[in-house]
Design a protein around this ligand. Structure first.
Ligand code: ZN
Length: 255
């Protein structure tokens, strides 16, 4: 018997033995959870179309044992079919979903992390450009997880940063060109246009983020910064990042 239900976005689905599936999923109240769907491989009826990564579902859970949830059944809320048909949109969605799952806290941010990922998936489904949505929503998720880059003042001199700007990966913020000399690296270049876009992405209400557009160079610079920044904090790349680069590089000159 299910004793509670939760909205969820499916992150990963793996086989477990002959009949069962292990599912990780993001929730607004508990962050990323792991659950077992017993006999789900043989009888998909209880989980019709619910056990696909990125699907927005409602899961019915029975009392947990230890850390593991037991999934009784699921109801599909949204499957994002258009997003799934477009590799670039799928690549951006996969990176954002993986990051949302990696952000361990703080628990009071779980609800907004869930809502932010759901918003991003909805905008990708509507056909807004993944090249712009990816940097915007990566920045928002990092901020919610407590890793928000410091983009207002130069971290060394405390003034409005003077170009040529650099982003200090270990310090997580911008430096003037002059203040970059001798600073510990990695330091990655960030032009003024990219900095302005990132400041907007930090400050705008969530429902206005879809208006931001990152031109080619700004997108390349900000994604290079985020990739290095995530690698620094996670100790590895996000697993979905190489897939994004492969599908994005296919149609974007100069990447
Ligand atoms: Zn400075």
């Amino acid at each position: 018997m299910a004793d509670r239900q939760t909205p969820a976005i499916v992150l990963t689905v793996k086989d477990y033995g002959e009949a069962d599936l292990i599912v990780t999923f993001l929730t607004p109240a508990g962050g990323r959870l792991t659950g077992m769907a017993k006999h789900a491989k043989k009888s998909r009826r209880r989980f019709a179309h619910c056990l696909e990564p990125l699907s927005r579902v409602n899961f019915f859970l029975s009392p947990r044992r230890g850390e593991l949830e037991f999934l009784q059944k699921g109801e599909l809320v949204r499957s994002y079919p258009a997003l799934r048909r477009d590799l670039k949109r799928l690549g951006a969605a996969a990176v954002l979903a993986e990051l949302a799952g990696e952000l361990a806290g703080p628990p009071e941010a779980y609800g907004e992390i869930f809502a932010t990922l759901e918003e991003a998936l909805g905008l990708l489904e509507e056909g807004l450009p993944p090249e712009s949505l990816l940097p915007v929503f990566l920045l928002r998720l990092l901020g919610l997880g407590g890793y928000g880059p410091r983009l207002q003042l130069c971290l060394t001199c405390g003034r409005e940063p003077e170009p040529p700007l650099n982003f200090s990966i270990p310090r997580g913020g911008v430096l003037c060109g002059a203040c970059s000399r001798g600073a510990p690296g990695p330091l990655l270049p960030l032009n003024l246009g990219a900095l302005k876009l990132l400041r907007l992405a930090q400050d705008l209400p969530r429902d206005r983020l879809s208006r931001l557009r990152f031109p080619d160079q700004q997108r390349r610079q900000t994604l290079a910064v985020f990739r290095a920044f995530l690698r620094y904090h996670l100790g590895r790349d996000l697993k979905s990042w190489p897939f994004w680069e492969k599908v994005a590089g296919r149609e974007l000159p100069g990447t």
